[in-house]
Design a protein around this ligand. Structure first.
Ligand code: 13P
Length: 251
């Protein structure tokens, strides 16, 4: 079965006012988009419920993080069960900003992924190497090391709830997008790893999306690569051009 193209908009800690948030949602609600694409918008946690309630029904929302426990004394955290109860279907886990700025290890990301899926969420699981790691020829090794604890934590059936986002750290927010060849190579390596570590069915069925300086100008070429099943968009998801990215597969 063909993998459905997936475009996520990661707002990160933007926008800063509710008026700006409303203006962004209006642009999305008014847009004409390719109905073959799964579109998922990820606003800050504070806005998840109002965005879900005001967003067009063919777009979904994602949290940008969650904790591993259902409830309890974990100040500042949100649980997978709370997200499910709020009607939020997706969560982004393991984003490089969580790994580098907030010290999340691959083991914690794997535990969160397992907890999120057990609670009923789908997961956008982010992996990717730094510039130093790429220049040292370690991209494949680094990404596999990030995926290995997730493979250990999940059952084969759980992978139907996972979208893998390959986001090279050096391309995030820098304007330095990976070439389509670099993206294709990394995605093919991830798919080959899933085939050997999980199963060929999981490798074939799992969407692997690219993130890092995707914009209206580069999305078509990236999206034409065999193993690029969509995008996770940061900066450009806050602009009208996000609609062009959603429509990247259209002629
Ligand atoms: P940019 O699109 O701003 O580079 O961010 C990518 C990203 O981190 C999406 O999660």
């Amino acid at each position: 079965m063909a993998r459905q193209f997936f475009v996520g908009g990661n707002f990160k800690m933007n926008p800063v006012t509710r008026d700006q948030k409303k203006a962004l949602i209006k642009i999305l609600n008014d847009a004409t988009v390719d109905q073959n694409v799964e579109v998922v918008i990820s606003p800050p946690a504070l806005y998840l419920i109002p965005v879900k309630d005001s967003l067009r029904s063919d777009f979904k929302v994602a949290a940008q993080n969650c904790y591993v426990k259902d409830s309890g004394a974990f100040t500042g955290e949100i649980s997978p069960r709370q997200l499910v109860d709020a009607g939020v279907p997706y969560v982004i886990l393991g984003h490089s900003e969580r790994r580098t700025l907030f010290g999340e290890t691959s083991k914690l990301v794997a535990d969160k992924t397992q907890a999120a899926i057990a609670a009923g969420l789908s997961v956008i699981l982010c992996v990717g190497e730094t510039l130093e790691e790429r220049e040292a020829g370690k991209t494949k090794q680094v990404v596999e090391a990030q995926l290995t604890p997730v493979v250990a934590a999940l059952k084969e059936a759980d992978w139907s709830k996972v979208v893998v986002a390959y986001e090279p750290v050096w391309a995030i927010g820098t304007g330095k997008v990976a070439t389509s060849a670099q993206a294709q190579e990394a995605h093919a390596d991830i798919r080959a790893y899933l085939a050997s570590a999980v199963s060929s069915a999981v490798a074939e069925g799992t969407r692997i999306i690219y993130g890092g300086s995707v914009n209206a100008g580069n999305c078509k070429e990236l999206g034409s690569q065999k193993d690029v099943d969509g995008f996770l968009v940061g900066g450009a998801s806050l602009k009208p051009e996000f609609v062009n990215i959603v429509n990247a597969k259209q002629a």
